[in-house]
Design a protein around this ligand. Structure first.
Ligand code: ZN
Ligand code: ZN
Ligand code: ZN
Length: 348
């Protein structure tokens, strides 16, 4: 009886190398012959595929459990039904169990089914292959179908990839058959997608805010560097208080756009009349930059930045103010470190 089925398989018009390589071999590499097959995989279409329990057990814990169980009906022990997917998908699946590979064409045609089978029978290698293969083959037309499947098959990487595709092409995806079918049959998934889009939007806003904040700290840290450089060695038009102005006329430094702005502000600060009453915004900024400097500065007594010592003493007296400025100083210093590291990364 079994021999007859085997005969049918070998002659079946599947043209898959496993079943047709040589005259009898299931897989020439595994050294297993068709005669040694001890079970049959049965498909929905009635196809019977001979296979070796030793191979199935070695690649899938699910098959191992299934085949190790003592069976009450000995006649069914050697039949494994794999139903609900196309016959050729089952053939590709069994072939993978033997060869650990599948063709691009099989992935094109049966990728979705192979993902389901790899999940159900816990064949990790095939699942990884399917996640990658299906990810590369995502189209507007199938993305919702694949998305539904990833939830059932627990494939988070592919799930995320689908969600990103849906969010990037929301209008187009809504016009597909898959979307319409989902709306009618799986409203929870639609809700999940909308929630994902919302969270993505919030995340983008947050990321933008973080980036702006970091840029501000980097700018401040650059201003701190320029301030020290102006007050110790001097730049194009402003120099240290203890050096004569005609000794200036230096070349612009490498942070000149920032440095120039700061020099102009310092010059203004020196002559502004409103400053005394505290009504000038430009002077207020210089004042804040000097304050921030003194919160960062670790030179004792030797610092040439104006008011540094004065602010340090003041901060010691006003503990609360001190905390606020110290926190800002910390952020500015860490932004400097981060930008140094990232510029180093791009260099290497
Ligand atoms: Zn400069
Ligand atoms: Zn002013
Ligand atoms: Zn200082």
């Amino acid at each position: 009886m079994e021999g007859k089925h085997f005969h049918t398989i070998v002659k079946a018009p599947t043209s898959f190398p496993i079943f047709c390589s040589g005259n009898t071999g299931i897989d020439s590499n595994s050294g297993k012959s068709l005669e040694e097959a001890d079970l049959l995989v049965v498909t929905s279409g009635g196809l019977r595929i001979p296979a070796h329990s030793s191979v199935l057990v070695s690649v899938s814990t699910v098959f191992k459990k299934m085949l190790d169980q003592p069976c009450q009906k000995p006649s069914f022990k050697n039949i494994i039904p794999i139903l609900g997917v196309p016959c050729n998908a089952v053939i590709a699946f069994v072939q993978f169990l033997y060869s650990n590979s599948c063709t691009e064409e099989e992935m094109d045609r049966y990728g979705i089914h192979l993902l389901v089978l790899s999940h159900v029978y816990s064949v990790r290698h095939l699942k990884l292959k399917c996640v990658k293969g299906l990810g590369e083959r995502l189209l507007m037309e199938n993305v919702v179908d694949v998305l539904q499947l990833t939830r059932l098959c627990d494939a988070p990487d592919l799930y995320l990839r689908c969600m990103k595709m849906v969010s990037n092409n929301y209008i187009e995806v809504q016009k597909t058959e898959g979307w319409k079918f989902m709306q009618d049959n799986d409203p929870w998934l639609e809700l999940e997608i909308l929630q994902f889009l919302d969270e993505l939007e919030l995340w983008k806003i947050k990321r933008k805010k973080n980036r702006e904040e970091r840029n501000l700290y980097i700018q401040l840290s650059e201003a701190m560097e320029c301030l020290e450089h102006i007050c110790t060695e001097g730049c194009t038009s402003v120099g240290p208080y203890d050096r004569a102005p005609n000794q200036q006329k230096k070349k612009p430094c490498n942070k000149f756009p920032t440095c120039r702005g700061l020099q102009l502000s310092i010059k203004h600060f020196a002559i502004c009349q409103k400053r005394v009453k505290g009504g000038c915004c430009a002077c207020k900024r210089v004042w804040q930059i000097l304050l921030l400097h003194s919160a960062i500065c670790d030179q004792t007594g030797l610092c040439k930045v104006p008011l540094c010592r004065h602010f340090k003493l003041k901060m010691q007296l006003e503990k609360e103010e001190n905390g606020k400025w110290k926190l800002l100083a910390k952020k500015v210093v860490s932004a400097k470190v981060m930008s140094f590291l990232s510029s180093h990364e791009t260099e290497s």
